[in-house]
Design a protein around this ligand. Sequence first.
Ligand SMILES: *Cc1c(COP(=O)(O)O)cnc(C)c1O
Ligand code: SF4
Length: 350
Amino acid sequence: MITRRSPFLQENMMIAAARLEPGADAAAPWQRQLSGAIRDPRQLLERLGLDARLLDGARAGHVLFEVRVPEAYLARIARQAPDDPLLRQVLPLEEETRSAEGYVLDPLEEAQHRPARGLIHKYAGRVLLIASPACAVNCRYCFRRHFPYADNSPSRAQWQEALDYLRGDDSIHEAILSGGDPLAASDRQLGWLVGELEAIPHLKRLRIHTRLPVVIPDRVDDALLGWINATRLQKVMVLHINHANEIDQTVVDACTRLKKAGVTLLNQSVLLRGVNDNVATLAALSERLFEAGILPYYLHVLDPVQGAAHFDVPDDEARTLVSRLRSHLPGFLMPRLVREVSGEASKTPL
Ligand SMILES: *Cc1c(COP(=O)(O)O)cnc(C)c1O
Ligand code: SF4
């Protein structure tokens, strides 16, 4: 199997990104948690009291896409429970090394929709900006596990190309910060970028697609709330949570801070075998999201990315699950079941 992302590349890119900023402040607590995340399969197994027989498989997967689990997320995983739904999202398995028919490196063919460096424009009215190549957690099913981030994490000077593109197209009303995880970038960098964006008159909304407030809730600190509070743009944050156990009190508190800053909170999940592939789990997730002030938005079927086939739930089963879910939840707690089909003008409902 070909991998375009070496185990240590992501780390080096984070260091490089930090160096882009002259006079960057001392690391914030969330940055220390980020750099202190578990990155060693053996340590992950030991910390959770798991069987050492899982190590060979974990190492095989780790070589393809490195382990990364922050302590704050680890704290929500049950000990000695190999089937824990949070563990399944972060522990590499031997299955990742198997190739499966139809599972490819770039399932969304995003490489074809990049009019400027760091910018993906597939849908009318909105664009994705790759604001940071790094993530705080490495999710085993991630469709970006083979993303060529080295070509797509622009420096300030290089952002001009993307900003010029946005300035030149007044049909674009929404900028979506994506990644990796955009909130892995520093607040100095993000504050600068958002300042440039809000100076573009036809932009109305700033959307942020992130898992960081979930995996390291301390990310939602005063520096982040500073630029969020300051912008004229309307703010939407789409979190990524797949199981109710991911939402502990620290996450609820982070969401409360975001809501006070005027952020609309939505969630997207991925339907994953062995994590959330049953009605009770999906219903509990929607209920728990709403307790935290978050509305369910999308439930994605898995993108067919190489190494993730063992998470797949077939379409028929997905449709049945969601139609049964409808009889358990109020309409506003129902996520939309979608797939991303390359070439389509929007996500495709199933
Ligand atoms: C998913 C996605 C969006 C956002 O789509 P919405 O349906 O508005 O949430 C925008 N651009 C790209 C490239 C996407 O993949
Ligand atoms: S946080 Fe998002 S982009 Fe990063 S590995 Fe997880 S699913 Fe992928």
